[in-house]
Ligand binder design. Structure first.
Ligand SMILES: Nc1ncnc2c1ncn2[C@@H]1O[C@H](COP(=O)(O)OP(=O)(O)OP(=O)(O)O)[C@@H](O)[C@H]1O
Length: 291
């Protein structure tokens, strides 16, 4: 049998689409990729982290295009395996948030996105790293990490559950003191953005640019409860950087120290670090992505 030249990795659990929908998209992708001259193969992931193994094996086998059909967590697991390589990532965003795809302006229609992923051209973008964990959209410490942890424990995923989890967390979450680049800050959240949004068009860093060799460090200061409606409106209208409660600073790196091991998220997936210190760095021009 001929060696594959394009691998599609499909998370059976991403978003709310059925397995039958995903099987149909796979058939469509296999046809379009064959028409475009690739020898395609498609695999469902079996467990968390499987996409990383599959993409790493594909890269080692010389496959130059890996297409992920999934959400930001799956994009992260796949992209981290092919960093700084000649293998490019196609994204078919069928997750709950799809922040990187939205930032890049990729189609949210699965069939259109498949055509882009098969026929598009690779462009190079930056990634970020918090300690040893790569990220492509955002990493966060504080409220957004707290919500990511609470959300991961919910039996049902999806945007309504996320909004309910964030709303409940908001009423009891207390701002936390950190030392950031040796300066003391008490913050509601600290988000470091490579791409501009968390997903679902929640733009925490409206001016973030994935190709500028910089991260946007977003300090969200404590705010009164009556400001929450305005902040939410600005978040979804790409104007949060106009709020007096948010300050955004471009940087190549930032060091954060807390009082105890830091609870973080990378691209929405929660992680409890083993240390109270996190070093966040940009990794310029590190990922080929199909646009
Ligand atoms: N077969 C599997 N069984 C259980 N979990 C899986 C499997 N394959 C992948 N996963 C996990 O599912 C998680 C969530 O997937 P993904 O990010 O694609 O969807 P989502 O959470 O709906 O979308 P988004 O991240 O955009 O909100 C990933 O972090 C991944 O580790």
């Amino acid at each position: 049998m001929a060696q594959p030249t394009l691998l599609a990795i499909v998370n059976p659990l991403s978003g709310t689409a059925s397995i039958q929908d995903k099987q149909n998209w796979i058939q469509f992708l296999l046809k379009k990729a064959t028409d475009a001259g690739f020898t395609p193969e498609a695999v469902f992931t079996q467990h968390p982290g499987h996409a990383t193994e599959l993409a790493a094996n594909a890269m080692r086998a010389g496959i130059r295009r890996v297409v992920i059909i999934g959400g930001d967590g799956s994009v992260n697991e796949t992209a981290r395996a092919i960093l700084n390589s000649q293998t490019a990532l196609g994204i078919v965003p069928v997750g709950s948030g799809n922040g990187l795809a939205r930032h890049l302006g990729l189609s949210l229609n699965p069939r259109k996105a498949i055509e882009q992923a098969v026929n598009g051209r690779p462009v190079v973008i930056d990634s970020g790293r918090i300690n040893e964990h790569p990220f492509f959209c955002t990493t966060g410490i504080g409220f957004d990490a707290y919500v990511a942890h609470a959300f991961a424990k919910q039996p049902v995923r999806g945007l309504p559950t996320y909004i309910r989890t964030a709303y409940q967390a908001f009423w009891h979450y207390k701002p936390v003191a950190y030392e950031i680049d040796r300066q003391s800050h008490t913050l509601f959240s600290l988000t470091v953005a490579n791409a501009g949004q968390f997903g679902n068009n929640a733009w925490i860093a409206p001016k973030a640019n994935v190709s500028d060799g910089l991260l946007d460090v977003c300090y969200l200061k404590p705010f009164p409860r009556q400001a929450v409606a305005m902040l939410a409106w600005q978040l979804f209208n790409k104007t949060l950087d106009q709020s007096s409660y948010l300050s955004v600073r471009p940087a190549r790196s930032v060091e954060v120290k807390g009082a105890e091991p830091l609870l973080i998220h990378v691209d929405g997936e929660p992680i409890l670090l083993e240390t109270a210190t996190a070093m966040v760095q940009v990794v310029p021009s590190s990922l080929l992505v199909i646009r």
